[in-house]
Design a protein around this ligand. Structure first.
Ligand code: ATP
Ligand code: MG
Length: 340
């Protein structure tokens, strides 16, 4: 550590569609939903993260909530920048005498365009970053899972987040082949909203759909430990009044089937693209799952059945990418695969 190191603050950011996690000094210091609430009249930020999430879907005309990321990339530049800035402020309660120079590693989906990559970099710089390197999400996930990515062994990682599902085969510190599709947890929520409308004539909001997914979501119609049916309140489309119904996991497995099939197809496609030597490695090691979407009941089993490979879900899958990004930060100069 240099004598001026107190003037530099090193942080790793997993800027996700659903959640943003910041790691500083090896600890998770911020873990908040990626959302901001704005005052429409003054244009000022009212709340960020959990506080803003509480307002989501419940705002009146003077307040609007914005999720700055969509499909893994920045969709609203200004609010993304606000969000990053405010979340960095959450790290320390003490106001520093001088704002420290920020050194950052941020993860990005592997399928993003140069323009989208530029937007992430610009937001970070606008939020005070002096040195920024980027890391591809599946690479960060692999590191976070504990895989030695520099080894000459192939490993397949699938990161199912809110906006994107990323499938990659990693060996020798690089991504050998990858497939990134913009179908993930957010799409599952939309599937559930649509299903409730069509099947039960009830309209629900995004947050309720997400609760249903977490409480009774499933990827297969037969579970060993099925969850109890879940009571859902929404608006009856025929009468316009509030109503309650019960949903079970089989219905949700049915309504998520199409989206999950698309993820499965992408996994098979990635396996087809994998060079034979690495295929042999994957046959032995299996597939690793990370990201919040991998917590959907039975998803590991379904992918295992489809690929006939072993599937392992990462420990604390919601934080695997952030953990890996944190390790990349500590190897800022050593990991040559970080993107300058
Ligand atoms: N128990 C659960 N079952 C199913 N899905 C879950 C569960 N817990 C969280 N999720 C989903 O995981 C998603 C968030 O995962 P994660 O934080 O990894 O995404 P992200 O990194 O923000 O998104 P992305 O990487 O696509 O930009 C959300 O869609 C959330 O609904
Ligand atoms: Mg993610």
């Amino acid at each position: 550590m240099g004598i001026f190191s107190f003037l530099t603050k090193e942080i790793a950011i997993d800027l996700g569609t659903a959640n943003t996690i910041i790691i500083h000094n090896d600890k998770v210091v911020v873990d908040e939903p990626s959302i901001v609430a704005l005052d429409r009249v003054t244009g000022k930020i009212i709340a960020v993260g959990k506080k803003a999430m509480l307002m989501h879907g419940k705002t009146h005309e003077n307040i609007k909530t914005i999720r700055p990321l969509k499909d893994g990339v920045i969709a609203d530049f200004q609010s993304a920048e606000y969000m990053i800035r405010e979340m960095i402020k959450m790290i320390s309660t003490k106001k520093p005498l001088f704002p420290p120079a920020l050194k950052m590693v941020i993860c990005i989906p592997s399928g993003i365009t140069e323009v989208e990559e530029r937007a992430v970099r610009d937001s970070a710089e606008q939020a005070g970053a002096k040195e920024v390197k980027l890391i591809h999400e599946p690479m960060a996930a692999a590191i976070g899972i504990g895989i030695d990515v520099l080894e000459p062994t192939g490993n397949m990682v699938i990161d199912i987040g809110g906006g994107t599902s990323e499938i990659a085969v990693i060996a020798l510190g690089g991504i050998v082949c990858n497939k990134s599709i913009r179908i993930a947890g957010d799409d599952f929520n939309q599937d559930i909203e649509e299903y409730m409308r069509k099947q039960h004539n009830i309209t629900i909001g995004e947050r309720t759909a997400e609760r249903i997914k977490i409480e009774v979501g499933a990827a297969i119609p037969e579970l060993d430990n099925p969850p109890q049916d879940y009571a859902v309140q929404g608006r009856d489309m025929l009468t316009g009044t509030p109503r309650e119904i019960y949903v079970n996991y089989r219905e949700i497995a049915h309504c998520l089937d199409k989206s999950i099939s698309k993820i499965e197809a992408a996994v098979l496609n990635a396996l087809e693209m994998t060079p034979p030597e690495l295929c042999a490695d994957i046959y032995r090691t299996g597939i690793y799952l990370a990201g919040g979407g991998s917590m959907l009941r039975g998803l590991d089993k379904r992918i295992a059945q489809k690929t006939k490979l072993q599937v392992h879900v990462a420990e604390d899958p919601l934080r695997a990418v952030a953990r890996g990004t944190g390790i990349a930060l500590k190897n800022f100069d050593k990991f040559t695969f970080l993107i300058k």
